[in-house]
Design a protein around this ligand. Structure first.
Ligand SMILES: Cc1ncc(COP(=O)(O)O)c(C=O)c1O
Length: 499
């Protein structure tokens, strides 16, 4: 099955296959293989080291001539597919990575086949994204008049909100740049704020030194008194506070900042409030969180991530801005080649390029639309509760064993360590890092790690719709087993029983 660019001297070319029937067969084979792969993933190791041979396959010279699609697929199947991140596996809980869904896989196939550029024009993909954004507004309790944009993830959603907040603060910034205004702008967020926001603050010219990292309480939520104090001090010193960032689920420990108090402070001082809901925005699905999140809709902007705890295939996130006019004014940049017409292809909804940095954009909306329709909110509610219950179950296993120590546990995130008593922090840090690596290298489970108050933790972020309770039991048994064996090796302690 050749691409038709070979053997075509003096003929007009395209990149379509020379033999569509062969192509169709290959397409069916790929779908069959992927369905098998998803169906059987639980029997595979969660992670395995990549052999040199596979890495070498990615160090070949730039291809001058064509290779048949079948041969390329064989290389993919041999060298790429088996060494996936494997966030589709039931015992993958590293960083904050969702597992994707089979229907999401098919949606990406359809979207890629259509190859729509969801930027401008009168075509249905524009309306599908419009539908998804309307649903997001409904989930978050935002008004009809709000607007949003699908993004590659929460990082870009967050920076889009920061740009909107900055440009709204002083309209001169768009013309003159930050150097052309008198104010020295400052941003506020807890010390647990995700580093993508810090990168965003740097990128939009505010500067890292003007991000005030407010201390957290012992539960890792923003210390409200400290926040008020630092805002007051900044005002006295001639700074201009323009944005507060609230965390709806921090990356380290799943902590939720007190949204209602942040809303009151933002209102009192006239500061934009942005909520990073990359992890926790899904809690809006659950009535039991209604009280805690009742003022969320008063935030000026919210970011959410579909590819995390909404289980949708990479990559797709969303930013919502409550005031559509403010949003548009932050980005719209007229150009003759992007003019709106009354009829034809150049008519259609307000271009998405008026609401963000990207002009060309893929059809990410299709997988969100298909997943939401296919599973329905009831399934999401049940799965999110299932993940929360599993995290509680994991906590109970940790608390039930004297050689394990719970370091933090909130929402779907659990941080713990193997702690046979009487060891130094330095030793425990090395020990737990080794345990984590062995869990991964042996293909047992893939939690990740963080450091809390100097303590290295094994960190489980459960956004996995495939995990079962027994997977967490296995994690604990194997953690104890590996920990005990390492302790015997160091002759420091007698082994403890696995639970
Ligand atoms: C709280 C939080 N905010 C933002 C992000 C960045 O999201 P993304 O990876 O989708 O860009 C993450 C990623 O883990 C996160 O946990």
């Amino acid at each position: 099955l050749l691409a038709n660019s070979d053997n075509m001297e003096n003929k007009e070319r395209s990149l379509d296959p020379t033999n569509w029937d062969e192509f169709r067969k290959l397409a069916y084979l790929m779908v069959d293989d992927l369905v098998y792969y998803l169906q059987n993933i639980a029997n595979e190791p969660v992670w395995k080291p990549i052999p040199e041979e596979a890495k070498s396959a990615m160090k070949l010279p730039l291809p001058e001539n064509s290779t048949s699609a079948i041969d390329i697929y064989k290389t993919f199947k041999e060298h790429v597919l088996p060494y996936n991140t494997n966030n589709i596996h039931p015992r993958f809980w590293a960083w904050v990575q969702g597992g994707g869904t089979p229907i999401g896989m098919l949606a990406d196939l359809l979207a890629s086949g259509m190859n729509a550029n969801v930027s401008i024009g009168e075509h249905m993909p524009m309306y599908v994204e419009g539908q998804v954004i309307d649903w997001c507004k409904q989930i978050m309790g935002y008004p009809e008049s709000a607007h949003g944009l699908l993004t590659s993830g929460a990082s870009i959603a967050n920076i889009t909100a920061l740009i909107t907040a900055r440009n709204h603060f002083n309209r001169d910034i768009r013309n003159k740049g930050l150097g052309g205004i008198d104010e020295k702008l400052t941003v506020y967020g807890s010390s647990e704020t995700h580093n993508c926001l810090i990168k965003g603050i740097e990128t939009i010219g505010i500067g890292r030194n003007n991000f005030r990292q407010v201390p957290v309480t012992k539960d890792y939520i923003i210390n409200i008194d400290a926040l008020i104090k630092v805002i007051d001090e900044d005002l006295k010193s001639g700074f201009t506070p323009f944005c507060i960032i609230g965390n709806l689920g921090t990356v380290n420990t799943g902590a939720i900042d007190p949204i209602s108090e942040l809303v009151s402070i933002a209102h009192k001082y006239g500061i934009w409030l942005h909520i990073d809901g990359a992890i926790g925005s899904v809690l809006k699905f659950l009535p039991e969180y209604e009280h805690q999140l009742k003022d969320l809709q008063q935030a000026d902007s919210i970011s959410l991530d579909f590819h995390k705890w909404m289980y949708i295939n990479y990559e797709v996130g969303c930013v919502l801005i409550k005031d559509r006019e403010i949003y548009k004014k932050a980005f719209v940049t007229p150009a003759n080649y992007l003019m709106h017409h009354d009829k034809g292809l150049s008519s259609g909804p307000d271009p998405f390029s008026n609401y963000g940095m990207e002009l060309s954009r893929g059809f990410k909306a299709l997988k969100v639309w298909m997943n939401f329709k296919h599973y329905g909110l009831n399934n999401y509610r049940a799965l999110i509760r299932q993940n929360l219950n599993q995290a509680e179950y994991l906590i109970s296993l940790i608390k039930g064993n004297t050689n394990l120590e719970l370091l933090a546990g909130n929402l779907n995130i659990v941080c713990f360590r193997f702690n046979p008593q009487g060891q130094s922090q330095e030793f425990l840090n090395l020990l737990n890092k080794e345990i984590l690596i062995q869990l991964q290298v042996k293909g047992i489970a893939a939690p990740s790690y963080t450091v809390l108050n100097g303590n290295y933790c094994i960190r489980v972020a459960n956004t996995n719709h495939r995990s079962k309770k027994s997977d967490f039991g296995l994690l604990i048994d194997q953690t104890l087993d590996i920990g005990n064996k390492l302790m015997i090796k160091t002759n420091s302690i007698t082994p403890v029983e696995a639970s």
